[in-house]
Design a binder for this molecule. Structure first.
Ligand code: GTP
Ligand code: MG
Length: 182
C-alpha cells in the first residue's frame, strides 16, 4: 500500500544557490546537510559544485533540493549569472569569526537580485546563515534583524556545519517559502 501511495506522490525539484565569501562554510553546510559529515580541512571550491537532498515533505509531496555551491572566489564575477539561472531560493552565508564576510553579504545580495528573479520580477526567497556558531555567537551583528527586513531576507539563523546546528531548520524554512511560489 505504501508503495502505491508513493507512486502518486507529487515530485518537485527546487534549485537553491548557496553563496557568500570564500571559507565561510558553504561546502561544509551542504556536506553536513546531504551526507551528515563534516571535515575540518579546507578544500577550496573551484567554480561550482552541486549536491542533491530529497525531502519527504508530506504524504503528497516529495521535494528534490538541488543545492548549488558556488566558489567564494567567484565573487560577483561573470560566472555567477549562469550559476543563478532558474534558482528558486538562496542561502547567503557569512562567517561569525570574520566580520568582513557579513559586510560582503550586501554585495552578494545585489549581484543575486540583479541576475535572478521569479516570473513577474518577484525576488527569490532568501535566508541568511551566520555560520561557525560553534566558535562564537558574540559576533552576530546587532542590526541583523533590521538588515534582513530592509533586504527582503525572510529569516536568519546561527548555524554550525561542525555541530549540526540549525541547518535542517534553515533549509526547511527556505523550502517552505519556495513551495509558496511554486
Ligand atoms: P569556498 O569553497 O572557498 O567558497 O569556501 P566555503 O564557503 O565552501 O567554505 P568551506 O565549507 O570549505 O569551509 C572553510 C573552512 O571552515 C573549513 O576548514 C571548514 O572545516 C571550516 N568550517 C566550515 N563550517 C564550519 C563550522 O560551522 N564550524 C567550524 N568550526 N568550522 C567550520
Ligand atoms: Mg566551498
Amino acid at each position: 500500500r505504501l508503495r502505491i501511495a508513493n507512486l502518486h506522490k507529487k515530485e518537485l525539484t527546487f534549485k537553491f544557490v548557496i553563496i557568500g565569501d570564500f571559507g565561510v562554510g558553504k561546502t561544509s553546510i551542504i556536506q553536513r546537510y546531504t551526507d551528515g559529515e563534516f571535515s575540518s580541512s579546507y578544500k577550496v571550491t573551484i567554480g561550482a559544485d552541486f549536491a542533491v537532498k530529497t525531502l519527504e515533505w508530506n504524504e503528497e509531496i516529495r521535494i528534490n533540493l538541488h543545492l548549488w555551491d558556488i566558489a567564494g572566489h567567484e565573487r560577483f564575477g561573470a560566472l555567477t549569472g549562469i550559476f543563478y539561472r532558474h534558482a528558486f531560493g538562496a542561502a547567503l552565508v557569512f562567517d561569525l569569526t570574520r566580520p568582513e564576510t557579513f559586510k560582503s553579504i550586501s554585495k552578494w545580495l545585489i549581484d543575486l537580485r540583479k541576475k535572478v528573479s521569479l516570473p513577474g520580477g518577484i525576488q527569490i526567497p532568501t535566508i541568511l546563515l551566520a555560520n561557525k556558531g560553534d566558535i562564537t555567537t558574540k559576533t552576530v551583528p546587532i542590526d541583523i534583524d533590521a538588515f534582513c527586513k530592509e533586504n527582503g531576507i525572510i529569516s536568519w539563523f546561527v548555524t554550525s556545519a561542525k555541530d549540526n546546528i540549525h541547518i535542517d531548520e534553515a533549509m526547511i524554512r527556505l523550502t517552505a517559502a519556495a513551495l509558496k511560489n511554486h
